[in-house]
Design a protein around this ligand. Structure first.
Ligand code: XMP
Length: 505
């Protein structure tokens, strides 16, 4: 495997995704929490960073600990190796941000094998490597960056100033392949099939005859995790699916049905009233999230106590959830309190089993496909744990939920019907705490406003509003106003993230 050390770059996760795309397993660890190097570690990649090596207290690592392992420094990583070896890192004169062309490339060097002269690379740095010591050789340059890539002469240690992980570096993947496959000699054998086989074997060994309880949400992650555990321990996996009264129209029945078809041992729990009671009168988004989270834990706790001898709690945690929590940037990345079931393991005194905690979202989908899960489930848009609870702005009542469910169903149904569902990353409707004047027939109305939201994105961290066809929006709008009592105005949200978030609360 490849060890990626994170110095806090916004692109670190992308490096890992690119390496995984080469079917090579890799893990990200913060620079200050390096795991023990084992014989399985075949090479190390040092990420970029918002810091400068010239600043006091900037992130640092002891390179000796990697022995003779190949090392690739990217941007800050490259500057750090150069700086520590006696090279000079200075503030750049020219702005070095954006596309650049490699005008010198040493093709004899394995790292740059088949990397085109004049090939486009992506730069994003404020410092530049002004000079390298004699023990280094410069292997690539651009017109404004003298040291775009270097190699330490007698070692497999490399540095590159540009970012191979972003798609704007057109041959970034080839360069990473050169490093990972040809320099580190990693086998490209990390595939979804293999993942399923080894995880099922590991889960069997770990869980034995123990019982596992797990909450399912209908989402991709918890479904794939459950099927994987089910494959290992069958009926000893007890699944619970809670109707919190904030799901989409008919979702509870449909999802429960499809879980049963998949052979899962699942119990559906109607807890709508408990949630509505806990939410009554609450308007603050975080207070609503907390109330929903707490009620969920109570319901789940009560249900699982009806099962005897449960030792484990299954969760659909995926890799980005884990990386976020150890990122050098710390908890600032979490702007909203997303992890709704966070308090669960402690309260229930259960050991946690998270079979997907090394996978990225797209990998979870591929694994799901390998497991034979219905593509309709794997292709579902993300849906927040607090559900419609954070799409009804202000306080929540059963009546408002009904209105929003109808609106959402028309919008999502329309997207599916017109082949647009898979073109957007996420979509939904928000019920606004606003009433506006309208006219229907001869009557003046004073009713609710809904906002439709559809975004394109790759990971939800940034998003653009989806440019849905006007014709489609026009039809959906009149459908909603004609069919949903209580709504007389529909607006479409054209804000990108950042600065707006995807959800309105
Ligand atoms: P934002 O609104 O932060 O959303 O741009 C990014 C992604 O996260 C989802 N989201 C949540 N998911 N609990 C969840 O499980 C939450 O409290 C929550 N808030 C937002 C949102 O739907 C989008 O996919």
């Amino acid at each position: 495997q490849i060890l990626i050390l994170d110095f806090g770059s916004q692109y670190t996760q992308l490096i890992a995704r690119r390496v995984r795309e080469l079917n090579v397993y890799c893990e990200i660890h913060p620079f200050n929490k390096i795991p023990t190097i084992t014989p399985d570690t075949k090479g190390v990649i040092l990420s970029g960073s918002p810091c400068s090596v010239r600043d006091e207290g900037s992130p640092d690592v002891d390179l000796q600990q990697f022995g003779n392992l190949p090392v690739l420094g990217v941007c800050y990583g490259a500057q750090l190796i150069a700086h520590k070896s006696g090279g000079q890192v200075l503030p750049s004169h020219a702005r070095e941000y954006g596309r650049a062309k490699l005008t010198t490339v040493d093709h004899h060097n394995t790292l740059l094998k088949e990397i085109a002269l004049d090939g486009q690379v992506w730069m994003s740095h404020a410092d530049t490597i002004a000079s390298v010591p004699d023990s280094f050789e410069v292997i690539a340059a651009t017109p404004s960056v003298k040291v775009a890539a270097y190699k330490v002469k007698d070692k497999e240690v490399y540095g590159i100033q540009f970012h191979p992980e972003v798609t704007h570096t057109l041959q970034g993947k080839e360069l990473l392949r050169n490093f990972v496959v040809h320099i580190c000699n990693c086998k490209q054998d990390w595939t979804p099939d293999q993942f399923v086989e080894t995880s099922v074997a590991d889960l069997k060994k770990k869980l034995g005859d123990d019982k596992v309880v797990m909450a399912l949400s209908g989402g991709v992650d918890s479904t794939v995790a459950a099927i994987l555990i089910h494959k290992a321990i069958g009926k000893n996996l007890h699944c619970i699916f809670v109707d919190n009264g904030l799901l989409r129209k008919n979702e509870f029945e449909q999802v429960l049905d499809s879980y049963k078809h998949m052979g899962l041992n699942i119990k559906g729990v109607d807890a709508k009233d408990k949630f509505y009671t806990a939410l009554a009168g609450l308007t603050d988004p975080e207070a609503k999230r907390k109330a929903i989270g707490k009620t969920f834990i109570d319901v789940f706790d009560e249900e699982s106590h009806q099962l005897s001898d449960v030792k484990w709690l299954g969760q659909g945690t995926i890799y980005p959830d884990i990386i976020e929590s150890v990122s050098v940037k710390g908890p600032s990345v979490t702007i909203k309190s997303h992890h709704n079931v966070g308090g669960l393991p402690a309260k229930m005194k259960l050991k946690v089993v998270e079979p997907l905690n090394t996978l990225f979202k797209d990998e979870v989908r591929v694994v799901g496909k390998t497991l034979g899960i219905d593509p309709a489930i794997l292709g579902r848009h993300p849906f927040p744990g607090p559900g419609l609870g954070i799409r009804i702005l202000g306080d929540i009542t059963a009546d408002k939920v009904k209105i929003l469910q109808e609106v959402d169903s028309i919008f999502i149904g329309g997207l599916r019907e017109h082949g647009l569902y898979d073109k957007v990353w996420q979509a939904g409707a928000m019920l606004l705490p606003v009433q506006s004047v309208g006219v229907m027939g001869d009557e003046r109305t004073y009713e609710r406003v809904v906002s439709l939201r559809a975004v394109t994105s790759t990971d939800g961290m940034t998003a653009d509003w989806a440019h849905l066809p006007y014709e489609f929006l026009a039809n959906v709008s009149s459908d909603i106003i004609n069919k949903v009592k209580g709504v007389n105005r529909v607006v479409y949200d054209i804000s990108s993230k950042p600065p707006a978030t995807i959800e309105w609360e």
